[in-house]
Design a protein around this ligand. Sequence first.
Ligand code: HEM
Length: 399
Amino acid sequence: MESVVGWAEMPVAEWFDPGAAMQDPYPQFERLRELGPVAYVPAVDRVFLTRHEVISDAERRPEIFSSQSESNLTMVRALGSRPMLRKDDPGHAEERAAINPTLRPKAVKGLWSPRFAQNVERWIDHLLEIGPQEADLNRDFAAPVASQNLIDLLGFPQDVSVDAMARWSTSYIAGIGNLLDDPEIWRRCEESQTEVDALLDDLLPQLRRTPNGSITSHLLDVGLPEESVRANVHLTISGGMNEPQHMITNLVWALSNHPDQRTAVLSGDVAWGDAFEETARWQSPIGMIPREVVRDAEFHGFHLSSGTNVGLLLASANRDGVVFVDPDRFDVRRTARGHLAFGSGVHMCAGRWAAKAAIADHSLPMLYSRIPGLDLDLSREIVWNGWVFRGITSLPVTW
Ligand code: HEM
């Protein structure tokens, strides 16, 4: 065993229970940080990096912690081929450079913000139609608005439904996390790939003739092979909806549970952008990201063997008391710079400015301005789920 992961020299968290983590991962993350910066976790056969310092360091050393994994292939299978997120530089950099121009702050402000504003208005109308007895903020607002924003960002035709986009995204996310090889999950991924590929069969020739500034259009513009274009469209579908959706509900949930902080934000004392960053730190939508050790290495006093599967616990780093004072406390005034909710290093989230604009400039301010009494409906059940990808799957609200 030592030759596989070198775990004889490192702490072993034989108590880590992925089932319990689905309900609330934070108590186990705290125990892991106390155990050490690095720990082997038999339940998922992975070495976890648990603290902010070691995770940031690993992201600076892709020559050891590779994304071009040959054994972590669930993402490649879920999406039908290998996207930029499962490549190292220089292959990754070429694909990433294609989409950066349309996702930088200037493009987000000029091109996408007006669309986000329209989408938010439209889905607040829908929420108001559902009414304060029945409304579920996840189902009736966060999911469709995140879905419509992504339809626009990808340059997909406007007759693509928000439900279809949500279904594709959910099936890909389930596939990426399908470590237990559930055949039904693979079936749903393949169905989604077929539907998206049929759509791209029509769309790609149109965008070649008439570029439209979208992510898909930019991937084509730089002359990438069509397989890479498709892989990265599937990747963007998987990551571009689920996390923004969760950030919207997490923010409303966090502010409702801290009414004094909600007042500070609504009165303008604290910027929406700061509330967004603190929520991303405190309830991170992506809890863990995978890497593979590709050469034997000494790392912070531990031996890691080539071939070891590693999990970088972003959500745990974001509760590290060495970096964040009183880390379990939600505090919109702390200006939570340095959190790792969007990753770090070369794969740091390409869509972070778009997500922040959509949520902190539009979704949340407009929600509270059009529905000033918006609050949780505690007579109905709130459901949280997941620890690798974590969010609220049902958030009953009233006003
Ligand atoms: C609040 C919302 C979001 C969160 C928390 C989030 C989080 C992340 C994280 C942690 C990574 C790094 C994964 C890794 O290194 O293994 C990532 C990468 C990525 N994200 Fe996001 N994301 C969000 C929104 C978006 C949106 C809206 C888009 C697209 C419009 C997007 C597109 C991407 C892409 C393409 C990558 C891969 C970048 C690369 O490999 O260089 N994300 N995201």
